[in-house]
Design a protein around this ligand. Sequence first.
Ligand SMILES: [Zn+2]
Ligand SMILES: [Zn+2]
Length: 251
Amino acid sequence: MIVSGSKMHPAGFLYHLGWTAVDWLFPPYCIDCGTLGERWCQACQEKVPFLAPPLCEQCGRPIERAGLCPECQHEPLPLDGVRSCYVYEGTIREAIHRLKFEKDLGLAEILAKALVKTLSHEHWNIEVITSVPVSSTRMKERGYNQAEMLAVPLALITGIPYKRSLLKRIKESPSQIGLGRQERQENIRDAFVATARASQFSSILVIDDVITTGSTLQSCALALREQGVKQVFGLTLARAISRDPLARAIS
Ligand SMILES: [Zn+2]
Ligand SMILES: [Zn+2]
């Protein structure tokens, strides 16, 4: 299914009504301006720009001119495309903090709409949605997976099925700082495995909260491809972008 962005699936509407009722009973405060009754008010949302072209056609990193970034020219990604809604800073950083540590599901619904908007600019034909899994230790500590908190409302809004058990994280990701793409891939290669269930699908969208080096999504994509999945796309709410041009070149 290709996401148009204009239509909401009935399940998404019901989910939205549920949160409207919760907000009526327990009014939230805007994460930015503090207005009562809003989780992230429209005015504050409009202050945060979406990541705009030119972006690398493959990895989605902002670049000077349309096309591929030098790293993707040198070595193609194992993904058919990666996109992110926002730069990881300010209100977005705060929003992700709330997802990660406060389980703010109502906010996740608003953020999922940003994912829909970003997806609607691509012509990705997606069969199922899944999310980057957390390790079982992390799941025990926190009780939930913040990437899944974004992926589930995205699935409800778009009507594309969400499948939880396509990927398993078998080890925590080691530090990736200062490594090149190939070294990062080696470093994280065995962090994920795809289950046999994944082989039923030809096109999978993997959701994560933040992309930093990109190697987590790459590792997920390699694992899914090993199960015969033909197309793997990645979508994250935010992208960490270093303002230091040298660091940016390796991010
Ligand atoms: Zn506000
Ligand atoms: Zn690229």
